[in-house]
Design a protein around this ligand. Structure first.
Ligand code: SF4
Length: 449
């Protein structure tokens, strides 16, 4: 999971890219980078940490140029290290080219081995570098032709932003796993992982790129070009469940609306369950709980105070840090909890360790009973498309029945949302509009099989 943002033909290109990346910060917190096109020379500033830590006012001012692309990283492939931070910039036979990537290439290792046998020297351990070497080896007349030749060789998930002097190109993989939206602000075009970044930068979203489509922005104009035949549109459903910001729009509806609807459908699935209050694990659980409350008539109450300054536990790569921050960030509100039967909603249940801590802390604060409702089905299989779900051995639903998991987390009842309800709340049809592989173990396309 990463965030990408790009803008063309704008005097404030680096500053607006900063704003865009700052808005997308929830998608990754390890590193941040911006590359600008300063009249034919690519300038870059890339560092480890949050967007606000990497870029000072001076750093932004030194990034001159009217077009920019930027990236925030959460590593799923390649170690957490500056040499893997993006955008990657390569000086090669193609001239200067920069690339920012969100996703995971499932055939990167095989391609890398082949390229290395042919003499390619890799500078990073990130899968993204593979596309730059492919491009240097198999060139077309123009950058977009080079991409049209090479992108079909990649398998897996990608939303890419490429930049070379005078041109910015966005491309989305033939399944559309990872999001990429085109927007506009005045005469400038914007490309971003989520519509919220376009909104906050003052622009308007035009449309998502279609799977297997690229948009070429050059000379103040944007052209669409297909580089791969249409496959099933299988965008990652976890964007709505967890990753995307509630004010972003995915598949034609805002994430907030989808989450509210998910909560209402959970209430329908649990219609015979009695409780005093319904609540959510902050932050994403709150909207689910509000939807549940409206549908069921059970009052909503906030049971946890969240400390917002600890980062998101799920997206910190180090297990030791993950457990520490999970413990630190949620404080139970005793008066609301004491003596109550609580329906508690969380977005997903991955390892079970966080849910166990949460249930324990509510019981310690005096709760009578905890009914744990999960706003997604059981995760039974890993993600090969760029989301950091653990391997099968660590996925609790892979090892235990729902009843065993209930006992492990210490809840009085455990319920997962059905897949049909999830897909319908997100506005799609099962196995048609969304990737749901981590719930089914069936993977569209070749990657991950
Ligand atoms: S496997 Fe799951 S997390 Fe990965 S892309 Fe598919 S739905 Fe998203």
């Amino acid at each position: 999971m990463c965030g990408i943002f790009g803008i063309t033909d704008n005097k404030d290109a680096s500053k607006l890219t900063y704003v865009g990346l700052f808005t997308l910060q929830h998608r990754g917190q390890e590193s941040a980078g911006i590359v600008t096109d300063d009249g034919g020379t690519l300038r870059h500033n890339i560092g480890m940490g949050l967007v606000s830590e990497v870029f000072t006012k001076d750093a932004l001012e030194s990034l001159k140029g009217r077009s920019a692309i930027g990236h925030i990283r959460y590593s799923t492939t390649g170690s957490s290290h500056l040499k893997n931070a993006q955008p990657l910039v390569l000086d090669s036979v193609l001239g200067q080219v920069a690339v920012a990537h969100n996703g995971n290439l499932t055939n990167a290792d095989a391609l890398k081995e082949k390229l290395q046998k042919g003499g390619a020297i890799f500078q990073s351990t990130s899968d993204t570098e593979v596309i730059l070497h492919l491009m240097a080896k198999h060139r077309g007349r123009k950058l977009e032709d080079t991409l049209a030749k090479n992108l079909p060789k990649l398998e897996g998930a990608y939303a890419f932003l490429f930049m070379a002097p005078g041109i910015v190109i966005g491309a989305r993989d033939p399944n559309g796993y990872r999001p990429l939206v085109l927007g506009k602000i005045g005469k400038s075009f914007i490309l971003a992982s989520e519509t919220c970044a376009i909104d906050v930068a003052g622009g308007t979203a035009i449309r998502e790129l279609a799977p297997g489509e690229m948009v070429v922005i050059q000379g103040g104009k944007a052209r669409f070009r297909r580089f791969s035949p249409v496959k099933d549109f299988t965008r990652c459903i976890f964007e709505q469940v967890y990753f995307a910001r509630p004010d972003s729009s995915v598949a034609g509806r805002t994430v907030q609306t989808a989450r509210y609807e998910i909560g209402a459908l959970l209430a329908k699935e649990l219609k015979n369950v009695k409780a005093d209050i319904v609540s959510g694990v902050p932050d994403s659980g709150t909207v689910y709980a509000l939807g549940y409350s409206k549908e069921s008539g059970i009052p909503y109450q906030t049971v946890f105070m969240r400390n917002h300054y600890t980062g998101r536990s799920f997206i910190q790569p180090d297990q030791r840090l993950r457990e520490f921050t999970a413990h630190l960030k949620l404080a139970p509100i005793r008066d609301v909890i004491q003596g109550k039967t609580i329906i508690l909603i969380d977005d997903s249940l991955v390892r079970g360790t966080t849910s166990r801590k949460i249930v324990k802390s509510l019981m310690k604060a005096g709760a009578k009973k905890i009914i744990m409702a999960i706003a997604s089905p059981a995760i039974i299989s890993p993600c090969y498309y760029g989301i950091d779900t653990p391997n099968k051995g660590e996925l609790i639903a892979c090892r235990m029945s729902t009843e065993k998991i209930r006992r492990f987390i210490g809840a009085d009842k455990l319920h997962y949302l059905s897949l049909g309800s999830l897909v319908s709340a997100c506005g799609g049809r099962r196995d048609r509009n969304f990737c749901v592989s981590c719930f089914t173990g069936k993977y569209p396309g070749k990657g991950g099989l």
